[in-house]
Design a protein around this ligand. Structure first.
Ligand code: BG6
Length: 509
């Protein structure tokens, strides 16, 4: 008997592609931007990479009088325009066989009867085994209607061996109270393990690499604490304005849109303890512990900042201010720049401020997590030798220039001992031949596989609101416009002052 395991057949072999089983993915809100730019292309990219089974069906549901072919054309165009991988006719033909469209409104029983018939037809035609994922890419105000319709029409009935899952997009509420109410609605029909909350940052390769960097290496752990780190800066800057999203964004603002989810998740991954494994329950437990220990120090005037972009220049073109954007209330108090200081009250991080900032219309698009280290306790150099020496920093570059940078001092060549700051870089492009999948590819695949570690749980959502709610309440109580900043600059004066009070300055990534 051959005792050698065939590595290609070993289920533990990480090189094996993870392939979803037969199933139907139903997307509500299929005419929206997210669907066109991210979801449909990601479905195609998965198919193209051989990660969707032949028995896969895609159903779009929306208020359009489209036939299946019209919807297929929309998917086709979205794929051609936005897919990451090359277009291959044979992959498309196979996907096309499972594409269906149901015209309808959320409150119409008739539409949901049609949806049920369509899904049953696909179940039979594609052998999906009755496995269904419902992707709610719709405003939270419609969740209750859709979920009760699914229930009423028996669309999520469980039988032996099949599964039903629901995928929900942020915003998970607009504060703690509404997040709880939303969860009550979702959990009235779905068990916790059937609910997949999307925070697309967790689907990014570079974000998952934070776990590899921290826990696969011996090098960083000894200095990953308040003995060595002076402070941490987490930045998500965007050069775009709000585009056509006023309906969603105005009244929501940068803190709810980005800090509550993406940035607090990045903080959790940076600050958490090592989980005993990467099982969902272990990973979530560690993230929860850190979020439970995190708070914004309560002098909010000093430790938070908000701004709103005014007209300026971007990429050599004049751009409008926020208040002039289509659909924005001319007196809007909505912030497009938000920065907060977060302290993590535990032994590892006591005394190390975490500064989180996000904004629209900054000079460039960049997301990074930067750990700044304390000065060496003694520098045996004359003062002028070290003029150009900053503090050591480790920067996890999330996007767009994916990689990791280490900044430290080095001797300038010459006969003198002069020290200057230099960088050591790891870049994905230079080290790996394969390009990174889009976050939504990974997340949709994980939903279809029922693999939960990359999806935040309700507890994390609630803890994040608990951190942010008092800040937002304080901002609202001021009843004034956020400080303006010129589009194309690094934000308002109050943002700079917030760090200056603590003796720091923001990095210019
Ligand atoms: C979304 C926010 O979650 O993330 C948007 O709602 C933002 O306002 C977007 O533009 C940014 O995502 P990414 O992946 O381009 O950084």
């Amino acid at each position: 008997m051959n005792t050698y395991a065939n590595p290609l057949r070993d289920p533990q072999d990480r090189r094996l592609p993870r392939i979803a089983g037969p199933c139907v993915l139903v997307i509500f809100g299929v005419t929206g931007d997210l669907s066109r730019k991210k979801l449909m292309p990601a479905v195609y990219d998965l198919a193209n990479r051989g990660m969707l089974p032949p028995g896969f069906g895609l159903v779009g549901f929306a208020r359009r009088e489209w036939a299946d072919q019209d919807f297929a054309q929309v998917v086709h165009d979205a794929v051609k325009e936005n897919a990451r991988t090359e277009f291959r006719e044979e992959v498309w033909e196979q996907l096309l066989e499972g594409i269906r469209f149901v015209p309808g409104t959320f409150d119409s029983d008739d539409s949901f009867r049609k949806l049920k018939d369509t899904i049953s037809e696909l179940d039979n035609a594609r052998g999906t085994g009755g496995n269904h994922a419902f992707y709610l890419s719709i405003p939270p105000s419609s969740f209750e209607t859709v979920i009760s319709q699914l229930k009423r029409h028996g669309l999520t009935d469980r039988s032996e061996g099949n599964w039903n899952r629901v995928v929900i997009e942020k915003p998970f509420g607009h504060d703690l109270q509404s997040a709880r109410e939303l969860n009550d609605v979702v959990s009235s029909l779905f068990e916790p393990q059937e609910v997949f909350r999307i925070d697309h940052y967790l689907g990014k390769e570079t974000v998952q690499n934070m776990l590899a960097l921290r826990f696969a290496n011996q090098l960083f752990e000894p200095i990953w604490n308040n003995h060595y780190v002076s402070h941490v800066q987490i930045t998500m800057a965007e050069d775009i304005g709000i585009g056509g999203r006023a309906g969603y964004y105005d009244g929501i603002g940068a803190a709810r849109d980005v800090i509550q989810n993406h940035l607090l998740q990045l903080l959790a991954l940076t600050a958490m303890e090592e989980p005993t494994s990467f099982e969902a329950s272990q990973l979530r437990a560690e993230k929860q512990k850190v979020l439970a220990a995190a708070r914004v120090p309560d002098d909010y005037a000093r430790h938070t900042a908000r701004g709103q972009y005014a007209a300026g220049w971007q990429g050599g073109r004049p751009v409008r201010g926020y208040l002039e954007e289509d659909g924005v209330d001319a007196n809007s108090h909505t912030e497009t720049y938000a920065a907060i200081r977060v302290d993590v009250d535990n032994r590892r991080w006591a005394g190390v401020p975490f500064y989180l900032r996000t904004a629209k219309r900054m000079p460039r698009r960049v997301t990074e997590v930067a750990l700044s280290f304390k000065q060496a306790p003694h520098l045996p150099f004359t003062e002028t030798d070290t003029e150009a020496l900053g503090t050591n920093a480790l920067v996890m570059r999330i996007q767009p220039d994916e990689g990791v940078t280490l900044r430290f001092g080095a001797k300038v060549p010459g006969t003198q001992m002069e020290i200057r700051e230099v960088s050591m870089d790891f870049g994905y492009g230079g080290s790996f031949t394969e390009s990174s999948p889009e976050a939504y590819e990974r997340l949709i695949l994980d939903v279809l596989l029922g693999d939960p570690p990359l999806f935040p749980q309700q507890e994390e959502v609630e803890l994040s609101w608990q951190i942010l709610d008092p800040v937002i309440e304080y901002w609202e109580s001021l009843d004034e416009q956020p400080q303006p900043y010129t589009a194309g600059t690094w934000g308002p004066r109050c943002g700079i002052e917030m760090l200056a009070h603590d003796g720091f300055t923001w990095r210019r990534p």
